[in-house]
Write a protein that binds this ligand. Structure first.
Ligand code: NAD
Length: 240
């Protein structure tokens, strides 16, 4: 069966790698994000639909569901780093909006048309499973995403649908690059030293490749994962 797959934040990083993997496997993929040009770059050479939408906007998320999807991946996310005393209300609200509200809106709409065999997958983080002194808003939002996933999983368990979270450590994307630059500036380090600091929580001592996250997502979307529900799959080299 050709599945319809929706990936948010498909214009870069993990979302781009995930979308291309599903498309290469023959699924009908729709990618969404705020910048159409970035989406079109992801789709280059692949048979993919591109739809501009901000995941924090209820009407724009609703408009994505003109037909039901079999696999819905809430990947859009991010947040600013900094200790709690320096977090503005605007940054706090924006971090909760893209990670938590975005996942809520997407999964709520997805469930309205999703049938047996459906898969809801959230791109959470190791920050869903532990705190971080310099990422209080992000960790709070990603803990919230996991709470939503675990609750939805119980709701859909009787309908042949699963809802799971993938929890990566630092993955080699723009988001990790921003974290490395911030550490480099803050502590006046070389890039190599800042990278070593960023990956120091990962026992494997390196950034995770986007394809290593893709493998977890494709597993959770596979028929073989039909009994995996409400799970937080850590892709972190043993950090968790
Ligand atoms: P990224 O910055 O390349 O990807 C985030 C994507 O989300 C971007 O394409 C961005 O445009 C999109 N986005 C942001 N706000 C949006 C909004 N309001 N509406 C629609 N799209 C929006 O970084 P990434 O590393 O690929 O991150 C993907 C996901 O993985 C995020 O949820 C992130 O929190 C999570 N994650 C990343 C890492 C890492 O180290 N890179 C680790 C753990 C979890």
């Amino acid at each position: 069966m050709t599945r319809r797959v929706l990936v948010t934040g498909g214009g870069s990083g993990i979302g781009r790698a995930v979308a291309r993997a599903f498309a290469a496997a023959g699924d009908r993929v729709t990618i969404t994000g705020r910048r159409l040009a970035a989406l079109e770059e992801t789709a280059e050479g692949f048979d993919m639909a591109c739809r501009a939408a901000d995941v924090t906007d209820e009407a724009q998320v609703q408009a994505l569901f003109d037909a039901p999807y079999h696999v819905v991946i809430a990947n859009a996310g991010g947040g600013v780093a900094g200790k709690l005393r320096g977090v503005s209300l605007a940054d706090w609200n924006a971090t909760l909006a893209v990670n938590m509200t975005g996942t809520f809106l997407l999964f709520r709409e997805a469930l309205r048309g999703m049938g047996t065999g459906g898969r809801l997958i959230a791109m959470a983080s190791t920050a869903s499973l532990k705190g971080g002194a310099t990422v209080p808003a992000y960790a709070a939002a990603k803990h919230g995403v996991l709470g939503l996933v675990r609750s939805v999983a119980l709701d859909v368990a009787g309908k042949g649908i699963t809802c799971n979270a993938v929890c990566p450590g630092f993955v080699d994307t723009d988001l990790a690059e921003a974290a490395i630059s911030a550490v480099q500036k803050r502590f006046d380090l070389t890039r190599a030293a800042a990278l070593a600091e960023v990956v120091s929580d990962n026992p494997m001592g390196r950034l995770i490749a986007p394809d290593e996250v893709v493998a977890a997502v494709t597993f959770l979307a596979s028929p073989g994962a039909s009994m995996v529900n409400g799970h937080a799959l850590s892709v972190s080299g043993g950090e968790i």
